[in-house]
Design a protein around this ligand. Structure first.
Ligand SMILES: NC(=O)c1ccc[n+]([C@@H]2O[C@H](COP(=O)([O-])OP(=O)(O)OC[C@H]3O[C@@H](n4cnc5c(N)ncnc54)[C@H](OP(=O)(O)O)[C@@H]3O)[C@@H](O)[C@H]2O)c1
Length: 228
């Protein structure tokens, strides 16, 4: 595939590396090359099969708008934009493009979501829950998109109206640590996912772009990762 990767940051660089290893043609666009989304005109986008975005919560919405309106399929790893999700879903449906997003593209975290869903039955007994998330000091959004996804999964699966609390820590160079703690008067359950590197995110995002080829519609990676 001809892939356009937006963002040459910590994750975008690795996505480009993995895509090249998987024999895709890759072009990476940095923030300097893309002022006011200059790199995302219908003409410049024409050459690409799909666009993968790992930029910033501030930049991502204009990128999505430009790519979807140009009819390009898009994989979005950038977090921090989900309050606009309904509007983006409508835009994707209107322009009949393919769109796949995830707060976390690692297979391990998506498995962890299933574990958290199963464990949420505890909330129907005598347990209370908390989510702890730790990331590097430069992360721009808090709580993390992954922590919010865990929170939603627990709420959905437990049938509880209230969300469990998320506590965020920003320190050092932590790639991404998520813990769910379920506590009763009698015992405590600890669930933990600890990302050792960004490799899992990058592999998931590239394989997501491969899955999306020739497809349309608005997709959440949690419904797709089993098919990869
Ligand atoms: N879904 C997942 O699996 C997953 C995994 C890891 C991270 N993330 C998310 O992905 C995003 C990026 O994370 P990161 O750790 O890679 O951050 P990062 O190292 O800060 O990289 C972000 C990059 O985006 C660039 N950028 C900003 N605006 C741009 C634009 N308009 N066009 C092109 N490039 C632009 C920045 O360039 P400048 O520095 O020059 O501004 C920077 O190089 C965050 O939202 C993070 O939460 C998601």
């Amino acid at each position: 595939m001809n892939l356009l990767i937006l963002g040459r940051g910590k994750t975008g660089s690795l996505v480009a590396e993995v895509a090249a290893e998987r024999k895709h043609h890759v072009r990476v666009v940095t923030s300097q090359e893309n002022p006011a989304r200059a790199a995302l005109t219908p003409e410049t986008l024409q050459a690409f099969d799909a666009v993968i975005d790992f930029t910033t919560p501030h930049a991502v919405l204009v990128h999505i708008e430009a790519c979807v309106k140009a009819g390009k399929n898009m994989v979005v790893g950038t977090t921090g934009w989900y309050k606009d999700i309904d509007q983006i879903r409508a835009l994707v449906e209107q322009h009949k493009t393919g769109f796949l997003y995830a707060p976390n593209f690692s297979i391990g975290v998506n498995l962890f979501l299933e574990v958290a869903r199963a464990a949420s039955a505890a909330l129907r007994h005598d347990y209370s829950g908390q989510i702890f998330e730790r990331h590097h000091a430069h992360k721009k959004d808090a709580p993390s998109g992954t922590a919010i996804a865990i929170q939603h999964a627990i709420r959905e699966a437990s049938g509880h109206k209230e969300n469990v609390e998320i506590i965020s820590f920003r320190e050092g160079d932590v790639v991404g640590l998520h813990e769910v703690v379920l506590e009763s008067p009698a015992d405590r359950i600890y669930l933990c996912h600890d990302a050792k590197s960004r490799r899992g995110f990058a592999e998931g995002a590239v394989r997501a772009a491969e899955w999306l080829a020739g497809k349309k519609g608005f997709h959440d990676f949690r419904d797709v990762w089993r098919e990869l």
